[in-house]
Write a protein that binds this ligand. Structure first.
Ligand SMILES: Nc1nc2c(ncn2[C@@H]2O[C@H](COP(=O)(O)OP(=O)(O)OP(=O)(O)O)[C@@H](O)[C@H]2O)c(=O)[nH]1
Ligand SMILES: [Zn+2]
Length: 211
Protein backbone atom coordinates (compact mmCIF):
# COMPACT_ATOMS: atom_id res chain seq x y z
CA UNK A 1 0.00 0.00 0.00
CA UNK A 2 1.31 3.45 -0.91
CA UNK A 3 2.16 6.09 1.72
CA UNK A 4 -0.69 8.28 0.42
CA UNK A 5 -3.16 5.40 0.87
CA UNK A 6 -1.86 4.73 4.39
CA UNK A 7 -2.34 8.42 5.27
CA UNK A 8 -5.86 8.38 3.87
CA UNK A 9 -6.79 5.36 5.98
CA UNK A 10 -5.27 6.92 9.13
CA UNK A 11 -7.36 10.02 8.41
CA UNK A 12 -10.54 7.92 8.13
CA UNK A 13 -9.73 6.13 11.39
CA UNK A 14 -9.14 9.52 13.01
CA UNK A 15 -12.64 10.56 11.91
CA UNK A 16 -14.07 7.44 13.59
CA UNK A 17 -12.14 7.54 16.87
CA UNK A 18 -10.61 11.02 17.04
CA UNK A 19 -12.45 11.88 20.26
CA UNK A 20 -11.72 8.57 21.94
CA UNK A 21 -9.42 8.60 24.98
CA UNK A 22 -7.95 5.32 23.74
CA UNK A 23 -7.34 6.63 20.25
CA UNK A 24 -3.77 5.30 19.93
CA UNK A 25 -4.89 1.78 20.80
CA UNK A 26 -7.92 1.98 18.50
CA UNK A 27 -5.74 3.17 15.64
CA UNK A 28 -3.49 0.11 15.94
CA UNK A 29 -6.47 -2.25 16.35
CA UNK A 30 -8.22 -0.74 13.32
CA UNK A 31 -5.13 -1.11 11.15
CA UNK A 32 -4.80 -4.75 12.22
CA UNK A 33 -8.50 -5.33 11.49
CA UNK A 34 -8.16 -3.83 8.01
CA UNK A 35 -5.14 -6.05 7.33
CA UNK A 36 -7.18 -9.01 8.58
CA UNK A 37 -10.10 -8.30 6.26
CA UNK A 38 -7.71 -7.93 3.31
CA UNK A 39 -6.21 -11.32 4.19
CA UNK A 40 -9.71 -12.80 4.52
CA UNK A 41 -10.64 -11.57 1.03
CA UNK A 42 -7.47 -13.12 -0.36
CA UNK A 43 -8.03 -16.34 1.56
CA UNK A 44 -11.54 -16.57 0.11
CA UNK A 45 -10.04 -16.33 -3.35
CA UNK A 46 -10.42 -12.71 -4.43
CA UNK A 47 -8.12 -9.75 -4.89
CA UNK A 48 -8.41 -7.15 -2.06
CA UNK A 49 -6.84 -4.48 -4.26
CA UNK A 50 -9.38 -4.68 -7.09
CA UNK A 51 -11.77 -1.73 -7.50
CA UNK A 52 -14.92 -3.16 -5.94
CA UNK A 53 -13.12 -4.59 -2.90
CA UNK A 54 -10.50 -1.95 -2.30
CA UNK A 55 -12.57 0.04 0.22
CA UNK A 56 -14.51 -2.94 1.57
CA UNK A 57 -12.36 -3.61 4.68
CA UNK A 58 -13.00 -0.07 5.93
CA UNK A 59 -16.71 -0.34 5.12
CA UNK A 60 -16.87 -3.61 7.06
CA UNK A 61 -15.07 -2.04 10.02
CA UNK A 62 -17.59 0.81 10.07
CA UNK A 63 -20.50 -1.61 9.70
CA UNK A 64 -19.24 -3.63 12.67
CA UNK A 65 -19.13 -0.51 14.81
CA UNK A 66 -22.76 0.03 13.87
CA UNK A 67 -23.76 -3.58 14.63
CA UNK A 68 -22.18 -3.25 18.06
CA UNK A 69 -23.13 0.28 19.04
CA UNK A 70 -24.92 -1.17 22.08
CA UNK A 71 -21.58 -1.77 23.84
CA UNK A 72 -21.09 1.96 24.02
CA UNK A 73 -24.22 2.69 26.01
CA UNK A 74 -26.02 1.44 29.11
CA UNK A 75 -29.41 0.28 27.75
CA UNK A 76 -31.01 0.35 31.21
CA UNK A 77 -30.58 4.11 31.37
CA UNK A 78 -33.29 4.58 28.73
CA UNK A 79 -35.83 3.10 31.14
CA UNK A 80 -34.92 5.51 33.91
CA UNK A 81 -37.26 8.15 32.54
CA UNK A 82 -40.15 6.94 34.69
CA UNK A 83 -43.62 8.27 35.47
CA UNK A 84 -45.64 7.67 38.63
CA UNK A 85 -48.92 6.51 37.17
CA UNK A 86 -51.29 4.15 38.89
CA UNK A 87 -51.64 1.38 36.30
CA UNK A 88 -51.59 -2.12 37.76
CA UNK A 89 -52.41 -4.09 34.60
CA UNK A 90 -50.36 -5.45 31.73
CA UNK A 91 -48.42 -3.09 29.48
CA UNK A 92 -47.36 -4.94 26.31
CA UNK A 93 -45.15 -3.42 23.65
CA UNK A 94 -45.10 -5.86 20.79
CA UNK A 95 -43.25 -6.29 17.49
CA UNK A 96 -40.18 -4.31 18.46
CA UNK A 97 -37.91 -5.03 15.51
CA UNK A 98 -34.27 -5.68 16.22
CA UNK A 99 -31.17 -6.64 14.32
CA UNK A 100 -28.42 -8.46 16.19
CA UNK A 101 -25.23 -10.37 15.53
CA UNK A 102 -24.73 -14.04 16.40
CA UNK A 103 -21.64 -14.28 18.58
CA UNK A 104 -20.69 -17.69 17.19
CA UNK A 105 -20.54 -16.86 13.48
CA UNK A 106 -20.86 -13.06 13.31
CA UNK A 107 -23.89 -13.69 11.13
CA UNK A 108 -27.00 -11.54 11.66
CA UNK A 109 -30.03 -12.71 13.53
CA UNK A 110 -33.09 -10.52 13.51
CA UNK A 111 -36.75 -10.47 14.34
CA UNK A 112 -39.07 -8.97 16.92
CA UNK A 113 -39.23 -8.68 20.69
CA UNK A 114 -42.51 -8.50 22.60
CA UNK A 115 -42.02 -6.92 26.01
CA UNK A 116 -44.69 -6.93 28.70
CA UNK A 117 -44.73 -5.89 32.33
CA UNK A 118 -47.25 -5.33 35.09
CA UNK A 119 -46.20 -2.14 36.88
CA UNK A 120 -45.97 -1.67 40.61
CA UNK A 121 -45.57 2.07 40.94
CA UNK A 122 -43.46 3.11 37.99
CA UNK A 123 -44.04 3.06 34.27
CA UNK A 124 -41.59 4.14 31.59
CA UNK A 125 -41.96 5.81 28.21
CA UNK A 126 -42.98 3.23 25.59
CA UNK A 127 -40.26 4.26 23.14
CA UNK A 128 -37.68 3.74 25.90
CA UNK A 129 -38.44 0.02 25.87
CA UNK A 130 -37.59 -0.05 22.16
CA UNK A 131 -34.39 1.90 22.80
CA UNK A 132 -33.38 -0.53 25.55
CA UNK A 133 -33.99 -3.55 23.26
CA UNK A 134 -31.85 -1.90 20.60
CA UNK A 135 -29.04 -1.36 23.13
CA UNK A 136 -28.83 -5.07 23.96
CA UNK A 137 -29.41 -6.27 20.38
CA UNK A 138 -26.56 -4.21 18.96
CA UNK A 139 -23.91 -6.46 20.45
CA UNK A 140 -22.46 -9.90 19.81
CA UNK A 141 -25.28 -11.97 21.18
CA UNK A 142 -27.13 -15.21 21.59
CA UNK A 143 -30.89 -14.97 21.52
CA UNK A 144 -31.36 -16.40 25.02
CA UNK A 145 -29.04 -13.82 26.59
CA UNK A 146 -30.74 -11.00 24.68
CA UNK A 147 -34.14 -12.18 25.94
CA UNK A 148 -32.96 -12.35 29.56
CA UNK A 149 -31.15 -9.02 29.46
CA UNK A 150 -34.34 -7.32 28.25
CA UNK A 151 -36.37 -8.88 31.07
CA UNK A 152 -33.74 -8.11 33.73
CA UNK A 153 -33.48 -4.46 32.66
CA UNK A 154 -37.23 -3.98 33.11
CA UNK A 155 -37.12 -5.77 36.46
CA UNK A 156 -34.16 -3.78 37.77
CA UNK A 157 -35.29 -0.31 36.80
CA UNK A 158 -39.09 -0.47 37.04
CA UNK A 159 -39.40 -3.07 39.81
CA UNK A 160 -42.73 -4.21 38.40
CA UNK A 161 -45.02 -6.99 39.64
CA UNK A 162 -43.68 -9.06 36.77
CA UNK A 163 -42.07 -9.04 33.34
CA UNK A 164 -42.47 -11.29 30.33
CA UNK A 165 -40.44 -11.17 27.14
CA UNK A 166 -40.88 -13.18 23.95
CA UNK A 167 -38.28 -12.91 21.20
CA UNK A 168 -38.79 -14.38 17.72
CA UNK A 169 -35.83 -14.39 15.37
CA UNK A 170 -34.31 -15.79 12.23
CA UNK A 171 -30.63 -16.76 12.40
CA UNK A 172 -28.62 -16.34 9.22
CA UNK A 173 -26.07 -18.82 10.56
CA UNK A 174 -28.79 -21.48 10.28
CA UNK A 175 -30.22 -20.25 6.98
CA UNK A 176 -27.27 -19.39 4.77
CA UNK A 177 -24.71 -21.86 6.02
CA UNK A 178 -24.29 -24.96 8.19
CA UNK A 179 -27.57 -26.81 8.43
CA UNK A 180 -29.18 -24.39 5.88
CA UNK A 181 -32.71 -24.41 7.25
CA UNK A 182 -33.88 -21.23 5.56
CA UNK A 183 -37.42 -21.39 6.99
CA UNK A 184 -36.48 -22.04 10.60
CA UNK A 185 -37.08 -19.45 13.27
CA UNK A 186 -36.46 -19.46 17.02
CA UNK A 187 -38.69 -18.28 19.86
CA UNK A 188 -37.30 -17.60 23.34
CA UNK A 189 -39.06 -16.40 26.47
CA UNK A 190 -38.12 -14.92 29.83
CA UNK A 191 -40.56 -14.60 32.71
CA UNK A 192 -40.10 -12.82 36.02
CA UNK A 193 -42.30 -12.14 39.08
CA UNK A 194 -46.03 -12.84 38.61
CA UNK A 195 -45.40 -14.22 35.12
CA UNK A 196 -43.17 -16.89 36.65
CA UNK A 197 -45.69 -17.81 39.35
CA UNK A 198 -49.10 -17.32 37.76
CA UNK A 199 -50.21 -19.17 34.65
CA UNK A 200 -53.08 -16.64 34.24
CA UNK A 201 -50.61 -13.81 33.71
CA UNK A 202 -48.74 -15.76 31.04
CA UNK A 203 -52.01 -16.74 29.36
CA UNK A 204 -53.14 -13.10 29.21
CA UNK A 205 -49.82 -12.07 27.67
CA UNK A 206 -49.91 -14.87 25.09
CA UNK A 207 -53.56 -14.38 24.19
CA UNK A 208 -52.94 -10.66 23.53
CA UNK A 209 -49.93 -11.62 21.43
CA UNK A 210 -51.88 -14.15 19.39
CA UNK A 211 -54.86 -11.91 18.67
N1 LIG B 1 -28.60 -21.35 21.74
C1 LIG B 1 -28.20 -20.58 20.73
N2 LIG B 1 -27.40 -21.11 19.81
C2 LIG B 1 -27.04 -20.31 18.79
C3 LIG B 1 -27.43 -18.98 18.66
N3 LIG B 1 -26.88 -18.48 17.52
C4 LIG B 1 -26.18 -19.49 16.99
N4 LIG B 1 -26.27 -20.61 17.74
C5 LIG B 1 -25.69 -21.96 17.59
O1 LIG B 1 -24.35 -21.98 18.01
C6 LIG B 1 -23.88 -23.26 17.67
C7 LIG B 1 -22.39 -23.25 17.44
O2 LIG B 1 -22.06 -24.59 17.25
P1 LIG B 1 -20.61 -25.12 16.82
O3 LIG B 1 -20.71 -26.62 16.64
O4 LIG B 1 -19.59 -24.60 17.78
O5 LIG B 1 -20.36 -24.37 15.45
P2 LIG B 1 -20.61 -24.86 13.96
O6 LIG B 1 -19.73 -26.03 13.64
O7 LIG B 1 -20.48 -23.68 13.07
O8 LIG B 1 -22.11 -25.38 14.02
P3 LIG B 1 -23.22 -25.52 12.89
O9 LIG B 1 -24.01 -24.24 12.88
O10 LIG B 1 -24.07 -26.67 13.36
O11 LIG B 1 -22.53 -25.78 11.59
C8 LIG B 1 -24.72 -23.68 16.47
O12 LIG B 1 -25.49 -24.80 16.86
C9 LIG B 1 -25.63 -22.49 16.22
O13 LIG B 1 -26.90 -22.85 15.71
C10 LIG B 1 -28.27 -18.46 19.67
O14 LIG B 1 -28.67 -17.28 19.65
N5 LIG B 1 -28.62 -19.29 20.68
ZN1 LIG C 1 -24.51 -18.23 14.45
Amino acid sequence: MSITEKKLISQKILELFGDDVNFEKKLVLSQNVLDGFRDLIELCGDDPTRDGLHETPFRVLKAFLEYTVGYRENPKEHLEKVFDVNHQELVLVRDIEFYSMCEHHFAPFFGVAHVGYIPQEKITGLSKIGRMVEGYARRFQVQERLTNQIADAIEEVLKPQGTMVVVEAKHMCMCGRGIKKANSSTTTTAVRGVFAHQADARIEFLSLLNR
